[in-house]
Design a protein around this ligand. Sequence first.
Ligand code: 6MZ
Length: 352
Amino acid sequence: MEWIHPMPKIELHAHLNGSIRDSTLLELARVLGEKGVIVLSDVEDVIQKNDRSLAEVFKMFDLIHVITTDHQTVTRITREVVEDFALENVVYLELRTTPKRNDSIGMSKRSYMEAVIKGLRTINEVDVEFCTATNSRKLHNTCDGAGRKKIYIRLLLSIDRRETTESAMETVPRIGNVGVVGIDLSGNPLVGEWSTFLPALQFAKDNDLYITLHCGEVPNPKEIQAMLDFKPHRVGHACFFKDQDWEKLKSFRIPVEICLSSNIITKSISSIDIHHFADLYKAKHPLIICTDDFGVFSTSLSNEYSLAVRSFGLGKRETFALAKSAIEATFAEDEVKQQLGLIFDSASPEYV
Ligand code: 6MZ
């Protein structure tokens, strides 16, 4: 399946701190280990990630955050994550991250986001097109030089389910924030109540931001129904949906971000052959193959496509059509959607 790597791809569900290179995590951990801030073997253990329950994954994130939450590191990992996606021919990336406040190092949610944006500005391995939803300001776009990869980037700000209503509100940007197109609700699904986050999500929606929700990552029938009634623009995971949830999701045509490796490794789905990808695909419901946390789950978007091809018997042409269909589910401006269409069209002769 060597044709998957060069195929243009769109990534819509990737968490910044879940997508760190192992080598970077280890390097940073060694420094903190020497200072006695962390125990290096804990990080080495994190990197030997084979089987992890969902609860263990969230413990891992707490450890990763201790290692990465300073401005300089946030800038570095943003740059590396984008470069890694671009190098495997991801042409459009919606990168999500939780703005963090840490008074002890002078970090506010705003300064965290500035560090992310600085990361985008410092990318030089690949060409980056990054702009606001309203004014298409380009940070840099040296564009289409021979052999250079080009990637469009938009940002989603995540609300962590541990947050209060007030803190969630602080995450929602006021109009005109650079490159932010939407809001995500994520974090440990066993923590927090939907009603806590609703005011911030409604405020975001009222201000023309797109919304994507981690929905049904654990069994929680009331919350799943309430989330669907909110009519988010996309949902992620949808592992524990019942018949009435599928009916509602389908009647609202809400696209689903599918994260195969993540669902299998965390045992949210017990085996790939019963994954809901198959039903949704057969029903021609909009779905997008995504990585979730390529660092934590040792995967890549190409690997996720290969897994889908192997598990569900997709052909080359169908896989390409699936990858292209993600354009419609992006939160990008129409002009960008058109450009993405052209990128896929020019690659299509290879995939017929
Ligand atoms: C729910 C997840 C997640 O925001 O610090 N996150 N939330 N389910 C998942 N499935 C496994 N994977 C990642 O990236 C890490 C944060 O993303 C969310 C968690 O809140 C995690 O702390 P950022 O860049």
